[in-house]
Design a protein around this ligand. Structure first.
Ligand code: NAP
Length: 335
């Protein structure tokens, strides 16, 4: 049987466990050219809340009754495709189901001897690709200036911070809480970290950004941004990767409207703002792997992961990304 975790209801605000349900279906028989694999590792990612609908995202959602989408690592259990043998490890976008069938075109074969399998969901998977693409392909950032990244202790943010440090930028990370600040400053060795949850957040911003912001990587959005945007230098370049703080909000937030001020800043300081979405730029994935694989396997790019045991823990694990209990490590569920 194929066990799936499907969308039972579109969330009202923050997603809840009752928005999911477990169903069992028969595993389909294999046709010529197809591969059956069993998923053993599942990636937990903020955009999975976007896929559920009723949030700020304007991109396509999954349907009610569909399994949650997302990257997985699986083991081939049966194959009618000469390119895949029983026992091969594959990375796919087959989502929250124990088994899946593919014609092989959407599978990436993995070599467990070359890098730990979990890296195919983290620094050598879509997470790392997001950081790499956002720091490499969206803008040309001149080395030497100050690069600020929000969600800096998270999976994408910590990779973007390290890449930009390796490329010669002064890197400042923004994250929530003393543990994440210590991780950024002591373990990643970035130049400075700002705790947006501290009472003196605004003073910290002024203190660590005496020369302003030349490059900005936005993972979070929400009330942190209006504080930071005041520090944009002329011709600052901003890449919008995500806005995790508002992904559960179907309505506009209440409070001060900072949009006129942002328009003014863009006008007078020539701020260049661009966004990207990985599904539209997958043709650059091979170039990403070529640059990132040695950096990750040689330890130049560090990563943190947390494994949660049990397929049925997928929904509860996803919710921790948004309820303030997430440590910042890449979350991977093991089945
Ligand atoms: P992540 O940063 O590890 O996500 C969890 C972290 O988000 C939490 O630890 C928390 O860190 C922060 N957070 C959650 N709610 C918040 C809130 N209300 N205000 C401020 N911070 C909050 O996740 P990730 O996988 O690395 O993804 C980072 C961003 O990249 C997300 O916005 C995601 O949607 C985006 N993304 C974009 C693409 C693309 O194609 N453009 C692809 C993948 C991911 P703190 O405790 O430090 O606040």
């Amino acid at each position: 049987m194929n066990r799936q975790i499907v969308l039972a209801a579109r969330p009202e605000g923050m997603a809840r466990l009752s928005d999911f349900k477990v169903v069992e279906t028969a595993t389909p028989a294999l046709k010529e050219g197809e591969v059956l694999f069993r998923n053993i590792l599942f990636s937990i990612d903020p955009y999975q809340r976007n896929l559920m609908g009723n949030g700020s995202s304007e991109w396509p959602t999954i349907g009610i009754g569909d399994p949650m989408g997302g990257p997985t690592v699986g083991i081939v259990e049966a194959s009618n495709n000469a390119a895949f043998a029983v026992g091969d490890h594959v990375q796919s976008w087959s989502g929250w189901q124990t088994h899946a069938v593919s014609d092989g075109t959407d599978l990436r074969k993995l070599d467990p001897a070359a890098a730990p399998l979990s890296t195919a969901l983290g620094p050598l998977g879509l997470t790392g690709f997001t950081a790499w693409y956002g720091t490499t392909k969206v803008h040309t950032f001149k080395p030497g200036g100050t690069f600020v990244v929000t969600g800096a202790a998270g999976a994408v943010g910590s990779t973007a911070a390290q890449l930009m440090k390796l490329r010669g930028h002064r890197v400042v990370g923004v994250a929530g809480g003393p543990d994440k600040i210590a991780f950024l400053e002591n373990e990643l060795g970035i130049d400075a970290a700002i705790d947006y949850k501290a009472v003196d957040f605004k003073e910290q911003v002024v203190h660590v950004l005496p020369d302003g912001i030349d490059a900005f990587f936005e993972n979070v959005g929400g009330p942190i941004f209006p504080v930071l945007m005041e520090h944009f230098n002329p011709h600052a370049k901003m890449v919008v990767c995500g806005t995790i703080s508002d992904c559960s909000d179907a309505e506009l937030p209440q409070g001060t409207n900072y949009l006129p001020r942002l328009i003014t800043l863009i006008h007078y300081r020539f701020v260049d703002i661009k966004a990207f979405a990985t599904p539209y730029v997958m043709d650059t994935f091979p170039a990403f792997l070529a640059e990132m694989t040695p950096l990750v396997t040689n330890g130049k790019i560090k990563y943190r992961e947390e494994f949660i045991d049990g397929f049925d823990k997928l929904p509860a694990t996803l919710l921790t990304l948004f309820n303030g209990t997430h440590s910042g490590k890449k979350l991977i569920v093991k089945a």
